[in-house]
Design a binder for this molecule. Structure first.
Ligand SMILES: *Cc1c(COP(=O)(O)O)cnc(C)c1O
Length: 469
């Protein structure tokens, strides 16, 4: 065995042969060297376990194709593009919303150059970073004032910390939600120093439940959007109008965590049950928060809009500095919001809205092109078919609401659906798909038209990798 080890090429000889081939010239040399060492360790392990037995198998020329693939795979950045064929438009694990073209350009401009990020071009003095988005947020939502922090979780925290620290916040039991990723309203409230006062029952809460709980310690009345579940059957929730009236009677602010928050009225698209931010502001919520990267379709951010006296206090909270939004996000958010000045433009340009509102014909035509591309790449090996199917908005918006569309099922001879799905995570680019009732399927809603061929190509890579096993 030790005699066999001597046939393994040296690191230096491998490196000079790779250098001669030139493929890895753009990679840092220490990175390549480390990967070559790792690869040679793998070979030694294979000698020990009897997988490699002949000197000829250990020659550089024989190892080179595997070695190159090993270095290529190992040198890839950890953060990578993937193809989302799940049909979940706002998929938090896959990065939530894609930015509109104008927003992508604004980000590139913001990070490649100096900017007036926090500089007032009228006075030449320090300016406010919120100035870039406050005016447009007020114009679109009808609110008096606005600000932004890093995400909606931070927005909820800072609203409570500023307006109700050390005091009670009254919330309906039916709205004490957990969003996932350990964001739970009761826990966030505890951390903010506000005291949760839950009222009502899980399925029914009435305005007198709120009124009975009001006392000297009450700091605010709060509503939380039940983003990711529905209470059905014998149910009753207090309306915002009722809460507004109660807030006025006792001089208490009404806070609303709207969760996803949409600026575009999706009711017209048949998606019911989610109010727009404009409606919530018009109905009198004092402070409203929502995510930038859910249905809004912008960058990760937490937007807070509402009455000036409250927003000003939130802006002055020192905690704000720890949640400060960065210049790339600001640039992307402003560009995204500008699209909403014309709702038709927003619908066409904001990828999230475009995917959520895609027409049946558009989805069918995309499914057909995807199916064709897969047939071309896989030939007779695969049974490819189009079926009616459903997608989801995701991101805690419109829970349990099916978006009808067309999906493409793929069955490959002697390959299990699970194995195909797993092998697709290792292709370039990786592809994330769905299995439903044991059937492997791709939902074209979340693939753009240039990604259909890439998806077919990833499938071909996965199938050939499985065939080699
Ligand atoms: C998603 C959500 C949040 C958290 O928002 P992030 O932007 O993910 O931080 C908070 N509250 C509700 C109701 C949500 O749906």
């Amino acid at each position: 065995m030790s005699a066999l080890f001597r046939h393994l090429p040296s690191v230096d000889s491998v490196l000079s042969s790779l250098a001669a081939a030139g493929e890895f010239d753009s990679l840092p040399r220490p990175l390549v060297k480390g990967l070559v060492n790792d690869f040679l360790d793998v070979c030694r392990e294979e000698v020990r376990s009897g997988l490699l037995t002949e000197p000829a198998q250990l020659e550089l020329a024989a190892l080179l194709p595997r070695l190159a693939a090993f270095v290529r795979a190992g040198a890839r950045p950890h953060f990578r593009r993937v193809l989302n064929a799940t049909g979940v438009v706002i998929h938090t694990n896959l990065g939530r919303s894609l930015l509109a073209k104008s927003a992508i350009e604004a980000v590139a401009e913001a990070c490649g150059h100096y900017s007036n990020c926090e500089f007032d071009l009228k006075t030449g003095k320090r300016g406010s970073r919120y100035s870039h988005v406050e005016g447009i947020l007020c114009e679109i939502t009808g609110a008096e004032a606005a600000m932004v922090v890093n995400n909606n979780a931070a927005a909820v925290f800072i609203m409570l910390e500023t307006l109700a620290r050390g005091r009670e916040v009254i919330v309906s039991r039916g709205q004490l939600v957990e969003i996932g990723g350990s964001f739970r309203i009761p826990d966030v409230m505890a951390k903010s120093g506000a005291v949760l006062r839950e009222v009502g029952a899980t399925n029914r809460t009435h305005i007198h439940d709120f009124e009975n709980a009001i006392g000297d310690d009450t700091g605010a009345l709060m509503r939380v959007h039940t983003s990711n579940f529905r209470v059905v059957g014998f149910t009753s929730e207090v309306t915002l109008a009722q809460m507004r009236a109660l807030g006025d009677k006792y001089g208490l602010p009404v806070i609303e965590d709207l969760g996803s928050g949409t600026l575009y009225a999706l009711e017209g698209e048949g998606l019911l049950g989610e109010p727009t931010v404009q409606q919530v502001v018009a109905q009198g919520a004092d402070v409203v928060s929502f995510s930038g990267d859910k249905v809004l379709g912008g960058p990760q951010a937490g937007v807070i809009v509402g009455r000036r006296e409250y927003i000003d206090r939130i802006k002055k909270n020192p905690v704000n500095r720890a949640m400060r939004i960065d210049k790339m996000t600001l640039a992307a958010l402003e560009a995204t919001l500008r699209l909403y000045l014309d709702m038709d433009e927003a619908r066409q340009q904001v990828p999230t809205l475009k995917m959520v509102t895609a027409s049946q014909e558009a989805l069918k035509s995309k499914a057909r092109r995807l199916a064709d591309a897969i047939r071309v790449r896989l030939g007779g090996k695969a049974a490819v078919a189009m079926h009616k199917g459903v997608s989801r908005v995701g991101g805690g918006a419109f829970p349990e609401y099916d978006l009808p569309g067309t999906v493409v099922t793929v069955a490959v001879e002697s390959i299990a659906a699970d194995d195909l799905r797993d092998a697709l995570l290792k292709t370039d680019p990786p592809l994330v798909a769905r299995i439903e009732d044991g059937v492997f399927l791709l939902d074209p809603r979340t693939l753009n038209s240039t990604e259909l061929k890439l998806a077919a190509d990833s499938l071909a890579q996965a199938v050939s990798a499985l065939a080699r096993k």
